[in-house]
Design a protein around this ligand. Structure first.
Ligand SMILES: *[C@@H]1O[C@H](CO)[C@@H](O)[C@H](O)[C@H]1NC(C)=O
Ligand SMILES: *[C@@H]1O[C@H](CO)[C@@H](O)[C@H](O)[C@H]1NC(C)=O
Length: 192
């Protein structure tokens, strides 16, 4: 999957014009925002742009050999928290690629409100992503994307690389969470 500058700019424009008025997962997801196995990790979402007051948080993997079915690890998470520290006692998955985080209807976990871009869980000992690469949850999706633009100069090229190396990139494109990541990549391109 290849991104063009024009397509990414269109995504940014769509975000800015109100298409972001929904729930999306800002982190983890994509090539720059991974998790570390056997460690504390963070989920961050757009908490000012959706009608949902709470949701169930699940982790899934596109490869059934890694994870047969999405696994809920928070049954009822308040939207207004904006982000949540996840301990290794809540999620202790094996290192692998292809994971996604899902925010779902608390009464029906298959009714997924938002799904992250695919991300990797790296082995214990790997470095965390740079904190500057993680969008903040305090602003809108648009503000977050702009705020992290300086940290993501390289993300546009890595996004293309990951998209072409697996089947996850294509499916991830339709996920709401991808909008913010694509916008970040677009800002990286525009300010590079
Ligand atoms: C949690 O979300 C459900 C479904 O949207 C809603 O019915 C319920 O009132 C919410 N609970 C709280 C405590 O906000
Ligand atoms: C749960 O959500 C899925 C997806 O939206 C839907 O197809 C299914 O009918 C729902 N199940 C119930 C019991 O409402």
């Amino acid at each position: 999957m290849k991104f063009s500058v024009a397509a990414l700019s269109a995504t940014v424009a769509a975000l800015a014009s109100g298409a972001a008025a929904q729930l999306s997962i800002l982190a983890p997801g994509g090539p720059d925002l991974w998790w570390i196995a056997e460690s504390d990790n963070v989920v961050t979402w757009t908490c000012k742009t959706s009608p949902y007051t709470n949701f169930t948080v699940l982790i899934a993997n596109s490869d059934p050999k890694v994870l047969v079915a999405p696994q809920a690890f928070i049954s009822q998470q308040n939207n207004f928290d904006c982000s949540k520290l996840i301990t290794k006692d809540q999620v202790n998955m094996s290192p692998a690629t292809g994971y996604t985080i899902q925010l779902a209807n608390p009464f029906n976990e298959t009714d997924v409100y938002a799904e992250s871009q695919p991300f990797e869980i790296k082995a214990l000992g790997a470095a965390y992503p740079a904190s500057s690469a993680t969008p903040t949850a305090t602003g809108s999706a648009t503000g977050s994307a702009a705020g992290s633009a300086s940290a993501t100069g390289a993300s546009a090229s890595t996004t293309s690389a990951s998209g072409s190396s697996g089947s996850n990139g294509a499916s991830g494109l339709s996920a709401p969470g991808t909008l913010a990541a694509a916008a970040v990549a677009a800002f990286g391109l525009m300010f590079a």
